[in-house]
Design a protein around this ligand. Structure first.
Ligand code: NAD
Length: 697
């Protein structure tokens, strides 16, 4: 059953019941239409109430149907809304909790709307690169007023029904109902049962004093905010049509806009990211009903860069945290940095003073390991040194209560080896936060050989609580994100050898849409960090080829922003990256030692070598089972590495280029003797998908 029908007195009540949020897939739409027709044909029924069971009125269209025949199958959303609007008896929408997208559009097709005051109301289609395609852009401006409707449609953010009901002259809500919504809605329906003509939103007029000037100004504002995304402007044009055109013409324009946006790569990428985020929470062999361990008290070991950010992530979510250090000064510095960070947020108006006090009150700082004995989750963020990690994990194993989860924030070390330092490897997991940890969304959950399923289920749920996007990775050097980025960075190095400047590579990647190009990024992270990793690689994998230019740079002490010089100069400690003549000379000299004459390299080659390097490594990760699914890889890059959202992640991008073309490009790169030719052998999975004309995602 996706909708129930019952009659209360003279009122038919149709209740959407399609958990979790009463999404309006085909069967739900058909059940609503059946209910309306049944009520229409029953002489004892004088009015109808449409409401939702459980946690929503309706979250909107079933987006899994998008682009499939089911979305258009009758009754589709538009024809259902028309059916409701044309019903000869009054239909009252009784909305609560969530009333979004197609759910709101359906409510707008009803003759009356009553709402629980706290209902979250939104037309969020713009966030998927779309516009509300079932009359929302035509009816909301008529019911609510043009300007507030425009803000809701272009911004996509939810607004409480209570606030909408305060908009002067609004006709969106006829009544707010505290307490029993359904009883109130039925009573309201009885009072309006005989009133004719039936009020229809389509008959209202959306007016604005100086519409032309208003939309011209709004157009400029929206265009400035939505550079890479066509949807916001298209939303605006559709709202403008609600003022300029008759209702049916406006609907026609809306429908054209919807179809055009559906076909854009940007909307495809946004919808991919939407599903990818949900898919990432699932682990194939860990069922959703796996019991979870209770996490009330968290401990963090190490008050350095990462420890501080990790602590703040938990304080922000209202969990109490004990922070352990060996060094009293480091502990004081860590606590002071946390306090300063919160105070700065208060200063900028992003946090209220109470919030700051509440967070700091949840923090206990200690030098006594025994103080961690009650913690349910202990996260280690000490120096990246296996000896130090061993000492810490042996100590945690001795102190922690049975059943506590022991986590490591290591970026490069073997989580299975770390687990082996304890007598409870089943309780050990990697929690790889990204810097700054209180800001970055990505959390790689590293699943060790022995990690228990309930530990995984627990940390995945906890990640949601602290508002991280968790992606599961198997154990390997660099996990998903850093193992891929190393191939990307190697390509960036080869491009310098062949004739590019760091600024040329950065500009190409930033034009492609990365938040930061590889060299500015490396200057920010510290060139010494990748230098240390390379030194280890030279011993472990002597056959692997690197450009030596980065080593030459580090030999000059140019570690990046922190030393005021790296691939760029940072005069007077500023963050602004200025191209460096010293680096130019260094690169010239380095090319001379290689005997290379620099060549002109186009932006396309730069982008494809860097991005396809990510793609090939990702295909290996999928084949090895380190990454569970292609969309997880995209999630890692979207939420942790500044990959442009409108391109959907490296594998979504590769799909958009056609995998056969990707393979062909790789074969071309493999013919370049200055590159690592062996690397460009397409990973077997990639070769297979390309040969079969298939996609990653
Ligand atoms: P850091 O040097 O800033 O901080 C480490 C802190 O640990 C120091 O304050 C030190 O006094 C403390 N410490 C050392 N031994 C300890 C012990 N036995 N008990 C308690 N405290 C101890 O290091 P960081 O950059 O915060 O890195 C910490 C971990 O996080 C490393 O494993 C690193 O690989 C990982 N990581 C770092 C980043 C990053 O960008 N910095 C990103 C992801 C993961």
């Amino acid at each position: 059953m996706t909708a129930h029908y019952e009659v209360r007195g003279s009122v038919a009540v149709i209740t959407l019941d399609n958990p979790p949020v009463n999404g309006m897939g085909l069967t739900t739409r058909a059940a609503i239409a059946d209910g309306v027709e049944r009520a229409e044909g029953d002489p004892a029924v004088r009015a109808l109430v449409l409401t939702g069971a459980g946690k929503a009125f309706s979250g909107g269209a079933d987006i899994k149907e998008f682009g499939t025949p089911k979305a258009l199958a009758e009754p589709n959303l538009l024809s259902l809304i028309t059916l409701v609007e044309r019903c000869s008896k009054p239909v009252v929408a009784a909305v609560h909790t969530i009333c979004m997208g197609g759910g709101l559009e359906l409510a707008l097709g009803c003759h009356y709307r009553v709402a629980a005051p706290g209902t979250q109301v939104a037309l969020p289609e713009v966030k998927l690169g779309l516009l509300p395609g079932a009359g929302g852009t035509q009816r909301l401006p008529r019911a609510l007023g043009v300007e507030p409707a425009l803000n809701m449609i272009v911004g996509g953010e939810p607004v409480e029904a209570r606030r909408l009901a305060e908009v002067p002259g609004q006709r969106l809500f006829d009544r707010l109902i505290d307490g029993d919504l359904l009883a109130g809605a039925v009573e309201f329906a009885e009072t309006v049962a005989e009133r004719r003509p039936l009020p229809k939103v389509r008959d209202l007029v959306a007016t604005l004093p100086d519409a032309e000037a208003f939309f011209a100004a709004a157009r400029a504002r929206v265009a400035g905010m939505s550079q890479h995304f066509p949807a916001p402007l298209r939303c605006l044009e559709s709202v403008a049509a609600s003022v300029m055109l008759p209702f049916d013409d406006g609907i026609r324009q809306e429908r054209e806009g919807f179809a055009a946006l559906m076909a854009t790569p940007e909307s495809r990428a946004l919808r991919h990211a939407f599903f990818a985020e949900r898919a990432a929470t699932k682990i194939a062999d860990v069922p959703e009903d796996t019991p979870r361990r209770e996490i009330r008290r968290v401990a963090v070991v190490g008050a350095g860069t990462m420890g501080r950010g990790i602590v703040m992530s938990f304080l922000n979510a209202g969990l109490s945290v004990t922070l352990l250090e060996t060094d009293a000064q480091a502990l004081d510095r860590g606590v002071a940095a946390i306090r300063q960070s919160y105070e700065a947020q208060v200063g900028k108006g992003r946090l209220d003073a109470d919030g700051c006090v509440r967070r700091l009150a949840l923090l206990t700082a200690t030098l006594q390991p025994a103080d961690l004995r009650d913690a349910d989750l202990l996260i280690e963020a000490v120096f990246e040194d296996i000896g130090v990690k061993e000492a810490v994990f042996r100590q945690l194993d001795a102190i922690a209560r049975p059943g506590a989860i022991l986590a490591s924030n290591t970026s490069t070390l073997d989580v299975d080896r770390i687990a082996s330092f304890t007598r409870r490897p089943q309780d050990v997991v990697g929690l790889h936060f990204f810097s700054p940890a209180q800001v970055m969304k990505l959390l790689e959950v590293v699943r060790g050989r022995a990690t228990a399923k309930d530990v995984l289920a627990t940390v995945m749920a906890l990640a949601k609580k602290i508002r991280k996007t968790a992606v599961v990775s198997g154990v390997c050097d660099g996990f998903i994100g850093n193992r891929m980025i190393e191939q990307y960075a190697r390509q960036a190095g080869f491009l310098l050898d062949e004739g590019c400047s760091p600024q040329q590579v950065d500009r190409a990647m930033e034009t492609f849409g990365f938040a930061m190009g590889p060299f500015r990024m490396s200057d920010l992270a510290g060139n010494d960090i990748s230098w240390a990793i390379r030194k280890r690689r030279y011993i472990e994998k002597p056959q692997l080829k690197y450009s030596a230019s980065a080593d030459r740079l580090c030999e000059l002490g140019r570690f990046g922003q922190k030393t005021g010089a790296g691939w760029y100069d940072y005069p007077a400690g500023k963050r602004e990256a200025v191209p460096s003549p010293i680096v130019d000379e260094l690169l010239k000299a380095h090319r001379a030692t290689l005997g290379v004459l620099p060549r002109d390299i186009g932006d396309d080659e730069i982008v494809h070598r860097l991005v396809f390097a990510l793609v090939n490594e990702a295909a290996h990760l999928l084949e090895e089972g380190i990454a569970q699914r292609a969309s997880d890889v995209d999630m890692v890059y979207l939420s942790g590495y500044g990959f442009p959202l409108w391109r959907g992640g490296p594998l979504c991008y590769a799909d958009s280029q056609g995998l056969a073309n990707v393979v062909q490009a790789m074969q071309r790169f493999a013919r370049n003797p200055l590159d690592d030719t062996a690397f460009w052998t397409p990973a077997p999975l990639l070769a297979r998908l390309a040969a079969e004309g298939r996609r990653f995602t």
